[in-house]
Design a protein. Structure first.
Length: 220
């Protein structure tokens, strides 16, 4: 059994996050009135449950990446430590974007179904639409923040570990996923998003199965 929490977060986080997104009752390709109609039709219990599930998965993914960067620092050089610290800025920003998205979705849901008593139904709907549009605009800042952070983490991890066995090249996956996320600035590629979500999962699984050293055990 691994001594640290890192591999469990890396291995299980993407699964929990994926379950949350699959049960999310609002389509990611719905905008304007279509988004408002989806909110009105969405069951509140399912919305809250899927939001909680996805938020927990996001916490596990970014928490695992944060812990991995912390663990790697124990055996890394000055340049690698600097890269790991810079990657944390991107991870914290991306984490904040995700939570803002869910918070704004819940706020829009409240405006559509209950709303402010001092506003008319039309004004509540207009305000809800503004909140949805704002959350979508913030969402588009995610590729550069998450992608750059993954790229920095992956490059630093490879330089720190200096892979000698094929399994150790799993540390390069975040760098590849980071490059894929950055390409989303030029074209909307959902595959890059899912790759970024699951890129560190092999590291966690290999640690749990004993094929990679538990980095957290070395940082005690």
């Amino acid at each position: 059994m691994c001594k640290s929490l890192t591999p469990y977060m890396l291995a299980l986080g993407p699964i929990v996050m994926m379950a949350g997104f699959f049960t999310w009752p609002i389509g990611d390709d719905e905008f304007g009135q279509a988004a408002l109609d989806s909110l009105k039709a969405a069951d509140d219990n399912m919305l809250y449950f899927s939001g909680l599930l996805a938020a927990t998965g996001i916490l596990m993914i970014f928490g695992g990446l944060f812990l991995l960067s912390q663990d790697l620092m124990a055996n890394s050089g000055k340049m690698e430590r600097d890269m790991l610290l810079m990657s944390r800025i991107g991870f914290m920003f991306a984490f904040t974007v995700f939570y803002l998205f869910f918070a704004m979705s819940l706020e829009a849901n409240w405006l559509v179904k209950e709303g402010d008593d001092h506003l008319t139904a039309e004004e509540n709907n207009a305000l809800a639409l503004d909140v949805i549009n704002l959350s979508n605009h913030i969402w588009y800042s995610l590729p550069i923040a998450w992608g750059t952070a993954l790229l920095l983490l992956g490059v630093s991890a490879v330089r720190t570990v200096a892979p000698k066995e094929p399994m150790e090249w799993a540390y390069a996956l975040p760098a590849v996923a980071g490059l894929g996320m950055i390409t989303m600035l030029w074209h909307d590629n959902d595959a890059a998003f899912f790759f970024a979500m699951f890129c560190a999962m092999p590291i966690g699984v290999l640690m749990l199965t004993g094929h990679l050293k538990d980095t957290g055990a070395d940082s005690d």
